[in-house]
Write a protein that binds this ligand. Structure first.
Ligand code: SF4
Length: 366
């Protein structure tokens, strides 16, 4: 096509205008959260702060939770981070009680690493599609069918699945650990996220047998919509979490864990970023790079089948009200049976030791 031909320029301009409209419509359709009245919100924040103090409790919140909870964690001497950093911080902090704003496997991991502490969660129903899709009985049978393989599971699994594994990994250390296992000649059984598994397989060339499940949030990102958005924002860099489909990762400028994406957002010179992960991460990105613009990557193309819209429904179950009630009543306590915790600790510790030996900071995502 001759770009200098005026008729082509018109059609290109028309296409860009149509794309812009599509993108604007998409952005306008993102539902607003059901916000509390300001006075109510301030009252909850005040009461939660008082209860945290009274109970010698520490609040740790995941990057994907409501910014309200992330700021509360920061203001009260807690932490906003990925799941492993949340658990490690919880283990090392001086409090008697941990309040985990995240999803269930994060509460369980905190419990395994801090057996002497009381671990509460705002909502015990907050889970993860990866955890749900990897039940221990089926997973165990799968492992039994492949006794020659080293079992590597993602952090987004139940304590029982972790206890059945040889290694637990998070998204930012998974490549290094699989590379290490491959150099030892080991064949791998990987669970549960197939997109992350495929990404690691491609990067390392390791022999990996993949469990078939996905994160419902990341699976909704679509390459076609992303290409349309890139046409509207040609100067933007695309940041994507490796739980996204391969077609999305192929377009991304940076693929990485939550912490790696936040780092890229801060360090790259670009002003605009299209981000393919849960939009809760924008709180930290915007805080660290206030002069930059972050745009949510499109989900579900044009077929309106989006189940997540870049916002994890389970992370969204962590609210100020639920947190207040859990703290006030001591309810929603997470427990992991001690024998199970001891077994799950082995592959978790293996990862932490590997990270320490390689002087890596273990970071990950949900
Ligand atoms: S964002 Fe995906 S991986 Fe993270 S908790 Fe939600 S469903 Fe699970």
């Amino acid at each position: 096509m001759n770009q200098k031909d005026p008729s082509n320029m018109i059609s290109n301009n028309e296409k860009l205008a149509a794309d812009t409209l599509l993108v604007r419509n998409y952005l306008a359709c993102i539902p607003e959260k059901n916000m509390l009245q300001d006075a109510e919100r301030q009252q909850y924040r005040h009461d939660i702060k008082a209860l945290l103090k009274e109970k010698n409790a520490v609040l740790v919140a995941h990057y994907y939770t409501d910014p309200e909870l992330q700021s509360l964690a920061e203001e009260t001497g807690g932490l906003v981070a990925d799941s492993l950093e949340m658990a490690r911080f919880g283990r090392d902090c001086a409090g008697d009680m941990l309040v985990v704003a995240g999803v269930r496997f994060m509460g369980e991991t905190a419990c395994i690493l801090s057996p002497e502490k009381t671990v509460l969660m705002p909502n015990l129903e907050a889970t993860c599609s990866l955890d749900i899709a990897c039940p221990i009985d089926k997973f165990s049978a799968f492992c039994d069918q492949h006794p020659d393989r080293t079992v590597v599971v993602y952090a987004n699994t139940s304590a029982a699945v972790k206890a059945r594994a040889d290694w637990v990994v998070t998204s930012s250390i998974a490549l290094e650990i699989v590379e290490h296992l491959k150099s030892n000649g080991e064949k791998i059984l990987w669970a549960p996220d197939k997109h992350l598994g495929r990404y690691i397989q491609e990067k390392t060339g390791a022999d990996m047998l993949l469990w078939d499940s996905a994160c419902i949030v990341h699976e909704e990102f679509k390459a076609k919509g992303l290409m349309d958005m890139k046409a509207v924002y040609p100067e933007a860099k695309v940041l994507a979490h490796p739980e996204s489909p391969a077609s999305v990762l192929a377009i991304a400028d940076v693929v990485g864990s939550t912490s790696q994406l936040i780092k890229a957002a801060c360090e790259l010179p670009n002003q605009t970023f299209i981000v393919a992960t849960d939009q809760g991460i924008f709180y930290k990105m915007q805080q660290l790079a206030p002069e930059k613009t972050f745009i949510v990557a499109p989900t579900a193309g044009n077929d309106a089948s989006c189940r997540s819209c870049a916002s994890c429904p389970w992370m969204g179950m962590n609210s100020l009200q639920a947190m207040y009630e859990s703290l006030r009543d001591g309810s929603n306590r997470i427990k992991v049976e001690p024998e199970l915790a001891k077994k799950a600790m082995i592959p978790l510790q293996r990862m932490l030791d590997f990270a320490a030996q390689h002087r890596m900071r273990v970071t990950g995502k949900a």
